[in-house]
Design a protein around this ligand. Sequence first.
Ligand code: SF4
Length: 341
Amino acid sequence: MITRTAPSWHTEDWQFLLSDSIRTVESLWSALNLPSEGIPAALSAHREFQVRVPKPFLDKIERGNPDDPLLKQILPVAAELEAHAGFLKDPLAERTTNPASGLLHKYKSRVLLVMSGACAVNCRYCFRRYFPYSDNRMGSEELDYIAGYLQHHNEVNEVILSGGDPLVISNGRLAKLLNLLESISHISRVRIHTRLPVVIPQRIDAELLDVVSRSRLNVVMVTHSNHARELDAVFDQAMLGLRKVGVTLLNQAVLLRGINDSVASLVDLSERLFESGVLPYYLHLLDPVAGAQHFDVSESTARTLMQQLHAELPGFLIPRLVREIPQKPSKTLIDLHLSEV
Ligand code: SF4
């Protein structure tokens, strides 16, 4: 049981909460009362990929518990500094599918827009830790170019907003983007991949709901939650608001060693998501990005976990276990050999 103290933030203003994040190793250590011997390695890891933790997420971490599954997702550690064969800076070879600044066109019917290089939280396992965001600016010139590109690609019917985190942009910018996409007749769907509602659920404010409710596009939101303890009553309210304006809610998680690599943890996550009206969509094997090898769970372990999940949950609460392989025309589903269960 986690003892809750008064929150370390006192506002529902998501932009304030975004700017008021923990951004240094020293402030993280002091806020969580962590043992000081971890600081030198953390400083080195922070130089590679900066610490960033918003306070609503920080408050869900149990002080004094080094095994806290939320802590492990944001804590810079010595293991990040080790080099391992096969763990690369661009594990998905995204730089080969990047026809214009801010645009990735990997799969036939959908394109991905890198709306921002910023995130509300820096997850230590992030496969875009080294993504060249500075070469992928998304200003009005780039958006005009992308609109032209989409006009000429009739096969694209879905636009995926990604990042960084696409919901760090203002509601005004989001509204303009949706207007632009609505003007292209063959675009019918927009999918928003975001971790913001998990780490700052206040992001789903009335203005955002209004913007989304006015769009002719089908809106899908894929929340990125890895653990049931990340989800709280504010998240529930946010999801309820989105459901009321017709947004389809899905979740994708990453299978992470020491964080959610147990049947109990995955069952809890699926059940908790469903309580909020969110369906589990994908469970990703870790993309082999340099610095994240300590989170890796082997494919055979993942398969065993999934087989056990099938015995615990109804089919609609079981995410699809997938891996992303560069140059493949879609994500690769991992065969579970269920007949052997
Ligand atoms: S929120 Fe997503 S893009 Fe941002 S650091 Fe975490 S995993 Fe990476």
